[in-house]
Design a protein around this ligand. Structure first.
Ligand code: URA
Length: 192
């Protein structure tokens, strides 16, 4: 348990809990407003993220930023973005269950300090780990489910949307539903 973000960040920065640590250029802790009511959780850093030390800065990230912008969200102002694992899996493969298990304690501490009202799982990896092991993005995207007092929603991963643009309108619907939910239950997201 950490008392504040600085302690957590410092400790996490030297993490060697799993073999992914050996391959990292930078650990990708997360970015955004630490007092946010809305937390986005992706999968893991890719090449660009590893080089920059920031989540979602490659092509997927640019697409994510467009959806965020469409509903008035901004990673520098009123949300926070993190990943299931904080170090890049080699060749952008999915993080292994044991790597996720090794890393999840850091994410849990981020959630504990942030106390978000809404968590958006970006893609299958975080949705199956955090919402439901059987979560099917194509069927359950955009549905809000309460877990431990937090509203959880899963949506398409932008990398999947780049591969299959047919799902882009459905993804936009998810973000519009998110905007409505934020207006309903959040206090300062749209005034930050
Ligand atoms: N994909 C993710 O899931 N997270 C990132 O940070 C970048 C790409």
């Amino acid at each position: 348990m950490y008392n504040n973000w600085d302690e957590l960040k410092t400790e996490c920065g030297s993490c060697r809990k799993c073999p992914l640590a050996d391959g990292r250029t930078n650990l990708v802790f997360g970015t955004g407003n630490e007092n946010s009511e809305v937390l986005f959780i992706g999968e893991g850093p890719g090449e660009q993220e590893d080089l920059k030390g920031e989540p979602f800065v490659g092509r997927s990230g640019q697409l994510l930023d467009k959806y965020l912008d469409a509903i008035g969200l901004d990673r520098k102002k009123n949300i926070y973005i993190a990943n299931m694992v904080k170090c890049r899996p080699p060749h952008n493969r999915d993080p292994k269950p044991e790597e996720q298990d090794a890393c999840i304690g850091w994410l849990r501490e981020q959630v504990r300090l942030m106390k978000p009202k809404i968590i958006v799982c970006v893609g299958r990896i975080s949705a199956t780990k955090l919402i439901d092991p059987n979560f099917k993005v194509t069927k359950q995207h955009g549905e809000f489910i309460e877990k431990n007092g937090v509203l959880m929603m899963g949506t398409f991963h932008p990398a999947a949307l780049l591969r299959n643009p047919n799902n882009k309108p459905a993804a936009l619907e998810d973000f519009l539903a998110l905007r409505d939910k934020i207006k309903e239950i959040c206090e300062h997201t749209y005034t930050d």
